[in-house]
Design a protein around this ligand. Structure first.
Ligand SMILES: [Zn+2]
Length: 285
């Protein structure tokens, strides 16, 4: 099982680990951050202007919760011109949504897997956190240059080190059920400045494709699942028409097209008392 480690090449970033441990001091953190920045050479360290710190022990960045919820921010998810891509972290069914679950808020999307399945980095980035946490279990956090962070939780085994560059599709661990998990699954989060995003507004889980290479992050991306239809930029339903046949009335037509009489009236600017003509063309959606 451990042979996975040699399968993909990793570029380890040299850092002074002890600095991270010593710093409660934010200035130190910023200095550490630029140490890494220097050693990364041409690689843009994810979002140096957005994040004031880089640490290897905090799963959630704690400062920016309120920032993103009012602004609209453009996020380039993948720059295909530079060979960037999105890779599904695991090939499985979405089993639990982002949003309120019982009385708790569920900050991620759960994807079904078998313990031992390969879990992959969704986007290019730098591994910021690899640790065990009571809730998340074995967890990996990757920071991406667009400012997003992705979180891969409940792993049975972590296969990357902190401060390592990963490409989308690199295996970062094996799926499992560590931490607070009932059954093996991947708890997957996307965060921006610490604020959890509903990943279903970015990823279409039906085909595991991005809805779009670029998104505008707005309040809606952070809203619980009940608003998902209004958030995702799913194509608008096409207009649908019905040719009235002999013996049909509005009630029959409404039932046939799973809509209501009042909706048909609104769409066609008619009253419920409207007398239908055979072959009359009515818009029903
Ligand atoms: Zn979960």
């Amino acid at each position: 099982m451990f042979c996975f480690i040699s399968v993909f090449s990793q570029q380890k970033i040299e850092t002074n680990e002890f600095l991270f441990e010593s710093s409660n001091d934010s200035i130190d953190l910023i200095n550490n951050f630029y140490d890494i920045y220097e050693s990364l050479g041409s690689f843009e360290l994810p979002s140096d202007k957005l994040y004031q710190s880089w640490n290897n022990y905090k799963i959630r960045y704690q400062y920016g919760d309120e920032i993103v919820k009012t602004d609209s921010t453009e996020i380039i998810l993948i720059d295909t011109a530079h060979g960037e891509r999105f890779v599904k972290p695991i090939d499985g069914q979405l089993t639990s949504h982002f949003g309120y679950r019982h009385s708790r808020f569920h900050y991620g999307s759960d994807i079904d897997l078998e313990t031992g399945d390969n879990v992959r980095a969704a986007f290019d980035g730098v591994v910021r956190v690899t640790l065990y946490n009571k809730g998340y279990g074995k967890v990996v956090v990757i920071r991406h240059k667009n400012g997003l962070e992705t979180v891969y939780s409940h792993l049975s085994l972590i296969l990357v080190d902190s401060n390592v560059i990963v490409k989308a599709g690199d295996i970062i661990g094996l799926g499992g059920a560590t931490g607070r998990a009932t059954g093996s699954h991947l708890h997957f989060e996307i965060r921006y400045l610490g604020a959890a995003i509903n990943s279903e507004t970015i990823i279409n889980y039906k085909n595991f494709q991005l809805f779009s290479d670029t998104i505008w992050l707005t309040q809606k991306n952070f809203a619980p699942i009940k608003n998902v239809n209004e958030i995702s930029e799913a194509p608008k339903t096409r207009n649908e028409y019905h040719n009235v046949k002999k013996g049909e009335n509005l009630s029959v037509i409404a039932k046939k097209h799973h809509t209501t009489i009042s909706n048909i009236c609104k769409l066609n600017g008619i009253k419920e008392s409207h007398l239908l003509q055979i072959d009359e063309k009515l818009r029903v959606k």
